[in-house]
Design a binder for this molecule. Structure first.
Ligand SMILES: [Zn+2]
Length: 389
């Protein structure tokens, strides 16, 4: 293996490995086959230790120094609903015009592969001096943001000093993300025959007023300057004994994206305000399932936003490393979507930064691709970053 590295063929091996894992489908909780392939590659690359946990995340360990750096990439992807809509097969991992096509190419098997290979390069380039590096390939991110990473860190008793989230940034440095919460609002009615609606109370009509308040809140949030939150009514459900009956319950789902200031207490106040003067109730959406390891997993959908100050040593280290590796000035950004940073920065308070191969807008899209050049550059960046910390 090391000989291959010295001959400079690691780039080809990295591309081949990325293609291999893109060809293995694996949605949240169904990552077993892709996890096995990642473990096999880590073994081949000479990782010192390979850990797992009840979510099924695979965490490779390199070095044994006192300063601990945690890299995180999720191995699961969203599903493909209509294969025929893709120009190239979503599990074909074909390369055309310097782009590697397939589900998960950008979100985020490309960056994952780059981080796995970066670990191997660190063994060669002296990056591990005084460092312990964790390359975490986390499970269940798409459906349970942060849970796979939470289990990887807590069950293995890791104590990272800093974390790098490798979600796609197209080689920009991400200094944070918006939070993501899902709330349910419930209204109750009284069932009655549809032919005599005056004898019942219609739960849908009761929700109508609340929907108008949600729409008004959305307008207020969208009119704010700068980095701001948002709200969207994303789904509505009702129950009625038949389609010829007045519904006795209605549930509205709200997707709320948040800033750092919009914390749990703030959001609770906002939900109280939305149902004020009605007999509706609200709750935080809970998602439950079972990991491929057979463990129960649960997501309480209240995921905090986080930010890294631009002058933080981790941000400065990343900028220096970027200039060295890419030979230009770095650009910074913040993710609009949620990442496992909700665990590293949000729940555990670990200084966290983002940098990844692939394009943010490609996530969950038909014809998703990752520029091959991004893989190589991200891998080099990850492999050198420990030297600046
Ligand atoms: Zn992702």
């Amino acid at each position: 293996m090391w000989e291959a590295f010295m001959k400079g063929t690691w780039q080809d091996d990295l591309i081949t490995f990325t293609q291999d894992i893109v060809r293995i489908p694996g949605c949240s909780t169904q990552e077993k086959a892709v996890a096995q392939r990642i473990r096999q590659e880590m073994e081949r690359l000479g990782y010192d230790k390979i850990l797992t946990d009840s979510s099924g995340s695979i965490t490779g360990v390199l070095g044994n120094g006192p300063y601990h750096i945690f890299f995180d990439s999720h191995m699961d992807t969203v599903q493909v609903t209509d294969e025929s809509a893709w120009t190239y097969p979503p599990f074909g991992a074909e390369i055309h015009n310097g782009r590697l096509y397939g589900r998960g190419a950008s979100d985020m098997k490309g960056a994952l592969a780059a981080s796995v290979y970066a670990g191997a390069l660190m063994k060669e380039n002296g990056s591990l001096e005084g460092k312990t590096v964790y390359i975490c390939c986390s499970a269940i991110e798409e459906d349970y943001d942060g849970e796979g990473t939470w289990r990887a860190i807590t069950e293995n008793r890791l104590k990272p000093d800093v974390a790098v989230i490798c979600e796609p940034t197209h080689l920009k440095i991400s200094l944070g993300q918006r939070g993501r919460s899902v709330f349910l609002i419930h209204t109750k009615g009284v069932s009655a025959h549809g032919a005599a609606p005056e004898k019942g109370v219609n739960a849908i009509y009761k929700m109508a007023e609340i929907i108008e308040r949600v729409r008004a809140l959305s307008d207020r949030l969208m009119s704010r300057e700068g980095w701001h939150g948002s709200i969207a009514a994303s789904r509505i459900e009702s129950t009625a004994v038949s389609v010829n009956a007045v519904p006795d319950s209605c549930t509205l789902y709200l997707d709320r994206r948040t800033t750092v200031e919009e914390n749990e207490e703030y959001l609770a106040g906002e939900m109280d305000e939305l149902i004020k003067g009605t007999d509706a109730s609200w709750e935080v959406y809970e998602v439950e399932g079972t990991s491929y390891m057979g463990a129960a997993v649960r997501l309480h959908s209240l995921l905090p936003a986080w930010e890294l100050p631009g002058e933080h040593p981790l941000a400065l280290a990343a900028e220096k490393c970027f200039r060295e590796v890419l030979g230009r000035e770095p650009e910074t950004c913040r993710w609009d979507f949620s990442t496992n940073g909700v665990t590293t920065a949000g729940r555990l308070g670990i200084p966290t930064l983002g940098f990844g191969a692939g394009i943010e807008k490609m996530a969950h899209q038909t014809d998703e691709y990752c520029p091959v050049e991004d893989l190589i550059k991200a891998c080099e960046f990850y492999s050198r970053l420990p030297q600046y910390l």
